[in-house]
Design a protein around this ligand. Sequence first.
Ligand SMILES: Cc1cc2nc3c(=O)[nH]c(=O)nc-3n(C[C@H](O)[C@H](O)[C@H](O)COP(=O)(O)OP(=O)(O)OC[C@H]3O[C@@H](n4cnc5c(N)ncnc54)[C@H](O)[C@@H]3O)c2cc1C
Length: 57
Amino acid sequence: MSHFDVVVCGLGAMGSAALAHLARRGKRVLGFERHQPGHDRGSSHGLTRIILPMSRC
Ligand SMILES: Cc1cc2nc3c(=O)[nH]c(=O)nc-3n(C[C@H](O)[C@H](O)[C@H](O)COP(=O)(O)OP(=O)(O)OC[C@H]3O[C@@H](n4cnc5c(N)ncnc54)[C@H](O)[C@@H]3O)c2cc1C
């Protein structure tokens, strides 16, 4: 069985950033997302947001 230090449910801007920072600090992380990566159904999508996926910058 795998063990993780942190599990995040929801990989929008906040969840994916939290996992990335924790992984860089050596934590074993796991993320769950209900849609495909890069989907447009969360609060992080849209060209007016301050936080934009790299693909839209
Ligand atoms: C209409 C609107 C306009 C906005 N305008 C601005 C703006 O101009 N400037 C600005 O700075 N901010 C703006 N915001 C706010 C900003 O977009 C959000 O605060 C920020 O993107 C939220 O990021 P998040 O990662 O918390 O949420 P989200 O990006 O919504 O990520 C949550 C993720 O969780 C996933 N999820 C949800 N439930 C589950 C589940 N049960 N299991 C697995 N995955 C799940 C979703 O699919 C989604 O990917 C706006 C928000 C909205 C809604």
